[in-house]
Design a protein around this ligand. Structure first.
Ligand code: 5AD
Length: 344
């Protein structure tokens, strides 16, 4: 019998064995444990964050991602500062107090442009929380963005195994530089998020165990975990999608590792299975990020095929989401939703 109480000390082999034996069928005992732990710290609240994908330009060549620089079929776009503010104004009108700005690694915004956008957002919407997800930057750039008022930063570690990392990324991208960035983000003062995909090409149960051990050691304030979904214009178009059930198992194990972190139920998971996306909430997830990217651009932000959220970000869609959450005993929470983590 797996010792859930002792997970903080479980070895890589124990975790890998558990994942191998039960990953595809998350045991009720695991889901319940993880849910109870979330309830103890956060209650039955699910934090709502408005996502705006403001640029799909990218200088990187990640093999799994549809936005990789080599993909000539992408219709590339950038939103202007005004378009970003308009999208967030719409989210504000629905009551959101927490925003996430995501983009490819677009050099256009370096050297001050993103800093100015952050300042404008914080001036327009005082008291709201702003999360950035814009990839690898120099320490000084992270510092400037934090000084400008950004509160949080998501940078998935992608895989904690250096060899596996190299099989998913082109030469020049290394796990070491990823981890340096994550350290730099924490040092700059950001509430910092890591995370990974489940069912990545070449993945083993040992890799998943290593991801959990990395999270336990790094103690991010947030962690995003979603299934890999093949994108037809990438090198990995022929690989299978990750299992939604295995993704739920990994969310639950992550909750046991990081009791105080905020964990989204991801758009990728909802894309494969709405049922699994709600099961992830029962299993400890407590964030949903409805997409407020202008509708005309949403199709161009094709990280993977068939992307769709848990609900559409319209008045009707959000009302339906609130009802669905209510039905499983949860409340949609539109506050800033700060992670309840200790400093450090
Ligand atoms: N399937 C699922 N998730 C993906 N990401 C990138 N490509 C895919 C894909 N094909 C995830 C990565 C990245 C985040 C922005 O999206 O983990 O960090």
């Amino acid at each position: 019998m797996f010792d859930y109480d002792n997970i903080a000390h479980a070895s890589k082999a124990e975790l890998a064995d558990f994942i191998e034996a039960h990953g595809l069928h998350p045991p009720d005992a695991l889901i319940t444990r993880a849910g109870v732990l979330r309830d103890k710290i956060y209650g039955k609240r699910v934090f709502m964050r408005a996502l705006v994908e403001f640029s799909n330009h990218c200088t990187k060549g990640c093999y799994y991602c549809g936005l990789n620089r080599g993909n000539q079929t992408v219709n590339r776009y950038r939103l202007s500062e005004q378009e970003i503010l308009d999208a967030l104004t719409r989210a504000r009108s629905f009551g959101f107090n927490s925003f996430v700005l995501q983009s490819g690694e677009d050099a256009y915004y370096r050297g001050g442009k993103l800093v100015n956008i952050v300042r404008a957002i914080k001036a327009h919407f005082p008291g709201t929380a702003l999360t950035l997800s814009v990839g690898e930057l120099f320490q000084d750039e992270y510092k400037s963005l934090f000084s400008a008022g950004a509160d949080r930063f998501l940078l998935r570690h992608e895989t904690a195994n250096a060899c596996h990392y190299e099989r998913l990324h082109p030469p020049g991208m290394t796990l070491a530089s990823r981890l340096e960035c994550l350290q730099a983000l924490k040092k700059a003062g950001f509430i910092t998020g890591a995370g990974f995909m489940v069912g990545r090409p070449y993945e083993t149960s040992e890799h998943l165990a290593e991801d959990l051990i990395f999270l336990r050691e790094f103690q991010p304030h947030m962690a995003g975990i979603g299934p890999f979904i093949p994108q037809s214009d990438t090198m990995f178009h022929d690989f299978k999608a990750g299992s939604p059930q295995l993704t739920v198992t990994m969310v639950a194990l992550t909750r046991l590792m990081l009791p105080r972190a905020t964990l989204p139920t991801t758009t990728a998971l909802a894309t494969l299975s709405k049922e699994a996306a709600f099961l992830a909430i029962k299993a400890g997830a407590n964030v949903i990020m409805p997409n407020f990217t202008p509708e005309t651009r949403q199709g161009d932000y094709a990280i993977y095929n068939g992307k769709k959220g848990i609900q559409k970000s319209t008045e009707g869609g959000l009302a339906a989401l609130i009802r669905d959450l209510d039905e499983i005993g949860f409340t949609a929470d539109f506050s800033r939703g700060d992670p309840l983590v200790k400093e450090g």
